[in-house]
Design a binder for this molecule. Structure first.
Ligand code: NDP
Length: 367
């Protein structure tokens, strides 16, 4: 059983290449690292919406290995506000038209795509062609075909592609990975992973198929897919799925609620829900001799739960900070980051494609 006292030790071991607790880095490691890598990597955020404004930019004020150096926005008023607030150099402010000239800007090492889903592919490829590493938000793309193209183009450019999978740096989720993948309580048998919330504004891009590519499944169902995958360390081979719609006007273009089931090669079975109708947030991992139950499981700032009826209450971390620092550290040291590369995003897109196919056909889909 892991409690707060043992938190640092476990977290240090599980963070992998960034083998440090939160505060992330031991004084010694920070000192050594900064001596040999005095420059923080420069990040440019593309798309200054809610996630950039409320999570990523504040996290970039705390990061040790990277910093906010540039922005790409289609809204001139935001450019002004951000430039003043974050003391950004005029030459590091871009719009969607002149974005490609970022190629000649040595201040920017990583471009972080935080746009509506339909724009992920285009901006990821343009950033890589401009010679930058890319972090692309989830869902990686509109479908697996786009995801494959992104991986291939970024590789051709000799750059690295990461997905915004912040939970790989979150201690409760890391503990679920450890218990499941190492079969700490025996084989994983049953998973129950769900994420949903009640969506507001009916005019937002998340409800438009051309911009979102799908509804709740693309937006938050992907966390349940990830959770089942990182709790087992496996890829499912078979999917069944059912869709439910209570508001056919608001959800005329995208899914409101989907239930789906995934069968894994080891025999584990996952039952999952995603919805835009009401709040649900859970990772339940049941093994032969014990269980992990996280709820809330995927948001920022309040993750908790239990392991075999004992509380799991690791310190809350700034997931965005750890995610971007983990990536930057790996780029600067040439070490591997956590399992958050483009190929992981592609696996999730393959599953999403299969879920939509299972909904449309009513048949079991073999991946
Ligand atoms: P927002 O709608 O808040 O912001 C999107 C921004 O994209 C806009 O503010 C705008 O920025 C830019 N944009 C460019 N073209 C369009 C367009 N046609 N319609 C709307 N916006 C446009 O979205 P979020 O920040 O919530 O989400 C952005 C991405 O981040 C999504 O892929 C989402 O899935 C992901 N995300 C990930 C989270 C995580 O925890 N990992 C959490 C939240 C979101 P500008 O005015 O600067 O041009």
């Amino acid at each position: 059983m892991i409690d707060r006292r043992n938190f640092s030790k476990t977290f240090m071991a599980t963070l992998g290449s960034v083998a440090i607790s939160n505060p992330l880095f031991s004084k010694e490691l920070l000192y050594d690292f900064k001596k040999s890598n005095p420059k923080k990597l420069g990040i440019a955020l593309v798309g200054l919406g809610n996630y950039s404004k409320n999570q990523l930019a504040p996290a970039l004020e705390k990061t040790e290995f990277c910093e906010l150096k540039g922005i790409v926005t289609g809204t001139p008023s935001k450019a002004k506000t951000w430039q003043a607030k974050y003391n950004l150099s005029e030459k590091n402010i871009y719009n969607y038209e002149n974005f490609d000239s970022i190629a000649s800007n040595p201040d920017i090492d990583i471009v972080y795509i935080v746009l509506p889903n339909s724009m992920h592919k285009e901006y990821t490829i343009r950033a890589a062609k401009a010679g930058k590493h890319v972090i692309c938000e989830k869902p990686m793309a509109m479908n697996s075909i786009e995801a494959e193209e992104m991986i291939s183009e970024v590789a051709k450019a000799g750059k690295k592609l990461f997905i915004g999978y912040r939970l790989h740096y979150e201690p409760h989720n890391i503990e679920a990975m450890r218990i499941g993948q190492n079969q700490v309580f025996g084989k994983v048998k049953i998973l129950n992973c769900s994420f949903g919330f009640r969506i507001g504004d009916p005019t937002q891009w998340r409800l438009k198929y051309s911009l979102a590519g799908g509804g709740a499944l693309m937006d938050v169902g992907i966390y349940a897919i990830q959770a089942a995958r990182y709790s087992t360390g496996e890829m499912p081979f078979a999917i069944t799925a059912q869709e439910y719609k209570t508001d056919k006007v608001k959800f005329s273009e995208v899914d409101e609620t989907i239930f789906w089931q995934m069968e894994f090669p080891s025999g584990a079975v996952a039952s999952c829900i995603t919805t835009y109708a009401s709040y649900i947030e859970r990772l339940y991992l049941s093994s032969e001799r014990g269980f992990v139950d996280l709820s809330p499981a995927y948001s920022y700032g309040s993750i908790g739960g239990q392991v075999r009826r004992k509380p799991l209450d690791f310190t809350q971390v700034n997931q965005q900070q750890l995610h971007m620092d983990g990536i930057s550290y790996s780029l600067q040291t040439g070490t591997k980051a956590k399992n958050i590369y483009g190929d992981e995003g592609l696996k999730d897109m393959n599953i999403i494609d299969a879920i939509y196919k299972a909904v449309a056909t009513g048949e079991k889909v073999i991946i």
